[in-house]
Design a protein around this ligand. Structure first.
Ligand code: ES4
Ligand code: ZN
Length: 328
């Protein structure tokens, strides 16, 4: 209880949260009703009882199905504002948020509605709650390269509302180099680049090598398997690369404990990492405070280590000087 209070009181930053993964069951029902859509669940409890996964694909199927209620700019506003309000209530001062526009474009929702709604919510939350945020467009890596390029092209007119592009969804047989052209185009537009290298995926060390060496990404999402490669650890340290670790995700999705203590291993290896929530609405509504309480216990983090992690987290961000000042 003392540790939970200590964690709640710390000023924090979050770098790995999927906006669509913050869509709580209650809001899903409200948006379905507003948009005249039928959901195959009697109530919130029945919907939450369906959130059962045993691997990444079985999780992603439920996650993509759930986001179909998002139709209008107002829906994206409401979703983003709710996450930012929750984050602000947990003393998160700064957040970089992923979103998956290809899924929304597929349903005929225009990019302007998606980015416009999120951007309005970010501005309102900054003004009303003091939380600063930026937006990372993720390529859904198991969709086609053409679909990803179309999403990037549709987003470039809104380049000022984005800080980076990333790579998420099912990693199996979809290596980072599949998106070399997309990353190059995003970079040329002044965007940062990051990629999910999920824990214990097929060919994961090769994916890390591609991301760090071939594509020279600016950050890695997850990435715990780097502990298997001294060469890549050295390369990551030389570049001061940050890893956005989500210590509860693989446990929740697979229903077992993560096979290795990634947080402890990465700290002891001298790597830069941040601790993050990933998809809180699908992970028992555990947001960053709850994740940190679990990580503290699981990895035996001291208060000094927690403070160092959160102070260092403010160096992981892609804020310009004006934004950085606003976070202090
Ligand atoms: C995701 Cl690869 C992955 N992991 C967790 N959440 C996600 N949302 C989209 N892709
Ligand atoms: Zn993720």
């Amino acid at each position: 209880a003392d540790m939970a209070r200590f964690i709640a009181a710390m000023p924090k930053a979050e770098y790995h949260v999927h906006l669509e993964g913050t869509l709580e069951a209650e809001m899903k029902f409200a948006l379905a009703q507003r948009n005249g859509l039928d959901l195959p669940f009697a109530d919130v409890a029945a919907m939450k009882a369906s959130y059962r996964y045993h691997d990444l694909p079985s999780f992603l199927a439920i996650y993509y199905d759930g986001m179909k209620v998002l139709r209008t700019q107002q829906d994206f506003y409401d979703l983003a504002y709710a996450y930012l309000a929750k984050a602000a209530s947990q003393n998160i001062l700064y957040a970089e948020i992923f979103f998956d526009p290809q899924e929304h474009l597929k349903r005929g929702v225009p990019m302007a509605a998606v980015i416009g709604g999120i951007t309005r919510a970010r501005a309102a939350a900054a003004a009303q709650l003091g939380i600063v945020s930026q937006l990372i467009l993720c390529f859904v890596r198991d969709l086609s390269v053409e679909s990803a390029m179309a999403a990037l092209d549709a987003a470039l007119p809104f380049r000022d509302q984005l800080v980076a592009v990333g790579l998420d969804s099912d990693e199996k047989d979809h290596p980072p180099v599949k998106f070399a052209a997309h990353f190059a185009k995003a970079r040329a537009a002044g965007l940062k680049v990051t990629a999910h290298c999920d824990l214990n995926q097929k060919d994961i060390v090769e994916h890390l090598r591609q991301a760090i060496i071939d594509l020279r990404v600016d950050r890695i999402d997850h990435g715990g398997n780097i502990l298997e490669s001294p060469e890549l650890i050295a390369a990551a340290k030389a570049r001061n690369l940050y890893f956005t670790v989500c210590p509860t995700f693989s446990g929740t999705v697979r229903g077992d404990a993560p096979p290795i203590d990634v947080v402890r291993g990465m700290i002891d290896a001298g790597l830069n990492l941040t601790i993050n929530s990933d998809d809180p609405a699908y992970m028992g509504s555990e947001y960053l405070n709850e994740v940190l309480v679990k990580a503290q216990a699981h990895s035996a983090l001291t208060k000094a280590e927690l403070v160092r992690l959160q102070r260092n987290a403010f160096n992981a961000g892609w804020m310009d000087e004006g934004l950085r000042a606003a976070c202090h």
